[in-house]
Design a protein around this ligand. Structure first.
Ligand SMILES: Cc1cc2nc3c(=O)[nH]c(=O)nc-3n(C[C@H](O)[C@H](O)[C@H](O)COP(=O)(O)O)c2cc1C
Ligand SMILES: [Zn+2]
Ligand SMILES: [Zn+2]
Length: 497
């Protein structure tokens, strides 16, 4: 018989990996996510990415050496050839992409997998031979299968004609101009003391297509991390309402493709809002008009809670809490320009920690035409340093007569949810941000009414799903694969999962 010592199988030193500390403690994670505050909004009004200080911060953390992926045009295969057939390019004299299919295929970067998630779901893959998981949709002769099913327009969210009219400033904003003029008149009349427009507000609210904001779980708008693949995961776990990453109004009306990409919605997002940020009524109203006329969105939200200095200094984000004349113009004009679609506002308790103003602001937002207001129970000054003040959220919710108030802050599990529902009964729904980043299944937890964790196998499967959704969203060609891998997508997500 063998002794216990002989039964032990020792690992050879060359196979040992250094110990990595895994953080299971949610409180530790809480500490970690506090640091994310500064990376909430990494873009400027013009869509250009951020200040030096912010970029320096971005560089901290894992994956920091991964460069932003760039591919010159002549390294990319012309779209006319993606199906693997030698077709002549219609724009051959102007097209700067590669038309040498044979050489492209010889030099193509190796595949990263054998099963293309796009082909698996749709029965065709628009990336054809450029897909890095193309094996299951290419014939032995490298011809893309089912090419007739390919819908070329799917790739482009901002149609070329629209982009052109925005860039050349020929888009017809006469509707917005009319609304802005009307709003100026209303505000003017109010200043000389003639109009109390309570009745008008009531009528306008009735005209709006009601989104039922009662007892809903709303996923926070989360710049960068609240991307479409992540929102799909949250929908599967039971989020009721989703909001896209904040888009700046100015690059929307100048036709910036990356900004328009933020307005994309997945078909599973059945109640979906786009969040805007901007510093003046004309820009925000124009953006609201062009979006509502051209994309599929249920409501538009205005971010007046954003604490980031760059946005604040431009007079946008939480600066609008102090610029209430401009805020009134924005809310009145946007709620009108959206017609039956709701215009909502997301705010904080105020700018300063010792001077909460939301209890006065919320009734005004209601009066000006907002269809719902989300209140994050902290001031700009507080950032994430103290817990959200749910008693104050309740006090504000009580001040509002007709519109739903969505409470937000520090719901990290089912118990937190239960406790805020008891503390703030006048709040219609709750919004969850970091809680969903830590565990996207928080929505399921709340709906099932009990706390639970998922196994490491399920976590891995969730991550796999996220990667597949990422490849479907950002693309399965080299550019898409690099984008999916990039710093601000998977890396940011991994930090939370
Ligand atoms: C990484 C990150 C990005 C965020 N981006 C946005 C945003 O784009 N728009 C916005 O209104 N709030 C943004 N927020 C704030 C959240 O929406 C939410 O109001 C805040 O985190 C408090 O909710 P929580 O305690 O559930 O996280 C962001 C927060 C984080 C952590
Ligand atoms: Zn071409
Ligand atoms: Zn593919």
């Amino acid at each position: 018989m063998s002794t216990p010592d002989e039964l032990i199988c020792f690992i050879k030193p060359e196979y040992k990996l250094p110990l990595v500390k895994i953080q299971h403690d949610i409180k530790e994670k809480q500490e970690e996510i506090k640091k994310t505050d500064e990376s909430e909004h990494p873009r400027q009004e013009d869509g250009q990415p951020m200040s030096k200080r912010q970029r320096k911060r971005e560089k901290k953390g894992m994956n920091k050496r991964r460069p932003i992926f760039k591919q010159s045009l002549d390294e990319q295969l012309c779209r006319s050839l993606v199906d693997g057939r030698e077709v002549e390019c219609e724009r051959s004299d102007k097209c700067r992409m590669s038309h040498d299919l044979k050489s492209y295929l010889e030099n193509k970067a190796p595949d990263i997998g054998e099963k293309c998630p796009i082909y698996d779901v749709k029965g065709f893959c628009i990336y054809g031979v450029t897909c890095r998981l193309a094996k299951n949709h290419l014939t032995d002769e490298n011809i893309n299968k089912n090419p007739n099913k390919i819908e070329r327009t799917e790739r482009q969210h901002l149609p070329w004609e629209l982009q052109n009219s925005l860039r050349k400033k020929t888009f017809d904003y006469s509707k917005s101009d009319k609304v802005l003029k009307e709003v100026d008149e209303i505000i003017g009349k109010k200043l000389i003391g003639s109009a109390g427009d309570d009745e008008n507000v009531k009528i306008r609210l009735e005209e709006k297509k009601r989104i039922d904001f009662s007892n809903k779980l709303v996923l926070s708008p989360l710049t960068t991390v609240g991307n479409l693949p992540f929102r799909r995961i949250c929908k599967e776990y039971g989020a009721d309402i989703t909001v896209g990453e904040m888009a700046c109004a100015l690059p929307i009306i100048t036709g910036s493709l990356p900004e328009w990409a933020l307005t994309k919605r997945h078909s599973s997002e059945d109640i979906f809002g786009v969040q805007l940020c901007g510093a003046n009524a004309r820009t925000v109203c124009y953006a609201a008009q062009v979006l509502t006329e051209n994309i599929d969105v249920d409501f538009i939200d205005l971010n007046i809670g954003c604490p980031i200095d760059l946005i604040y200094q431009q007079g946008a984000g939480s600066a609008l809490i102090r610029r209430q004349n401009v805020l009134e113009q924005i809310v009145r004009s946007c709620s009108r320009i959206l017609g039956e679609k709701p215009f909502t506002v997301k705010t904080r308790t105020g700018v300063y920690a010792n001077k909460s103003v939301a209890h006065e602001l919320l009734p005004k937002l209601e009066q000006w035409g907002a269809s719902a207001v989300t209140l994050h129970g902290r001031s700009r000054e507080q950032r994430y340093t103290k817990l959200a003040d749910w008693d104050y959220i309740e006090k504000c919710a009580k001040e509002v007569k007709r519109i739903p108030i969505i409470g937000n802050g520090d719901i990290l599990n089912f118990e937190d949810y239960q406790s805020v529902r008891e503390r703030a009964p006048h709040v219609s729904s709750v919004m969850i941000g970091r809680g969903a980043l830590i565990k996207p299944w928080i929505f399921k937890e709340i709906k099932e009414g009990k706390a639970f964790d998922i196994s490491s196998k399920e976590r891995f499967e969730m991550l796999q799903k996220y990667v597949n959704y990422g490849l479907t969203h950002w693309g399965s060609d080299t550019k898409g694969v690099e984008n999916t891998r990039r710093v601000d997508t998977i890396k940011n997500q991994l930090k939370f999962f």
